[in-house]
Ligand binder design. Sequence first.
Ligand code: NAD
Ligand code: IPM
Ligand code: MN
Length: 367
Amino acid sequence: MSNPSLLILPGDGIGPEVMAEVRRIIDWFGDKRGLSFDVSEDLVGGAAYDAHGTPLHDDTMAKAQEVDAVLLGAVGGPKYDVLDFSVKPERGLLRLRKEMDLYSNLRPAQCFDALADFSSLKKDVVAGLDIMIVRELTSGVYFGEPRGIFEEGNERVGINTQRYTESEIDRVARSAFELAMRRGKKLCSMEKANVMESGILWREVVTEVAKDYPEVELSHMYADAGAMQLCRWPKQFDVIVTDNLFGDLLSDAAAMLTGSLGMLPSASLGAPMANGRPKALYEPVHGSAPDIAGQGKANPIACVLSFAMALRYSFDQGAEAERLEKAIEAVLASGVRTADLLGEEGVTPVTTSGMGDEILKALDASL
Ligand code: NAD
Ligand code: IPM
Ligand code: MN
């Protein structure tokens, strides 16, 4: 049987820096665990714009549709701020999500014990935290029509539309209930049904889907109150399901519970392909971090953990995913830290590739 295929899109800024470490780890699994992938690499975002005048070439889009999984670094950067909206780096990523129909975006927020002191919140609030935010990723205000900047009288008006169909809510809700079944059997749905009709529909559909999952304890929260509760006592949550925009905001907030945005991975999943695997793209939650790009300061862990999610969700290698997660845990426990996690006494600072070295050593030690 041929090896599973992986398309790697490093992107911009720190994207290529963190992805270089992931490539070493992919090679390690090939050499030491007999888990080989057919890896190809291509451009996305500003890098693709520089080469082709578009943030995602059609050929790259076609490749992404064919492979077993896509691994993406990050896109964007100040250099591209001046570009027309239609060719901005972020449009490349949004096109991938939309055309691959990756409607369920899993954003786990897990606090490693070694970092519990580092969170901006008190240790007992975050220690042992393990929650999963399921963000709808292909609809809502990100894609709703009408949209644009229009002339209206003697001024301009900027329009975006929050739009959700029942089937779009149904399918992301089901993916969240399925996850809840495999975890703590608790699901909290967040919207603003108090001010938005799309929120009312969201709540109705989620409540309907819940009938198929009687074992899961469902609750509803307004998203603003949910943001507050995430900071107050995040451990009250197990799985959270929410729309595209609220999910974007809530997952960045959740990142800080874990100590750094450089720690948060994600999986964007769609419907099963002919081979039974879901359409999938894995990427860190963070962006291209132009403020630290090119300085060896980026934390590669979010991107490495995204590969661990690929092992688990695309390749049925849950035990190997755990091996990688445990290796990262061991490295953090040993006090090794990238620049985003410095500040505590007695830690050892390392560069991006230094962190890669340490993870590889911990992987070797796991054999
Ligand atoms: P960002 O996530 O790039 O950075 C926010 C802050 O977190 C910065 O101070 C950065 O240095 C730090 N940070 C982020 N990742 C880190 C890591 N791995 N290690 C250490 N520190 C890290 O968000 P931003 O500054 O708002 O956006 C910068 C660019 O990235 C924009 O063009 C934005 O559109 C884009 N962006 C892309 C993605 C993506 O590709 N998925 C996600 C978010 C933002
Ligand atoms: C994310 C990012 C993206 C989003 C941007 C870069 C399109 O912030 O993945 O969280 O808004 O979804
Ligand atoms: Mn975001």
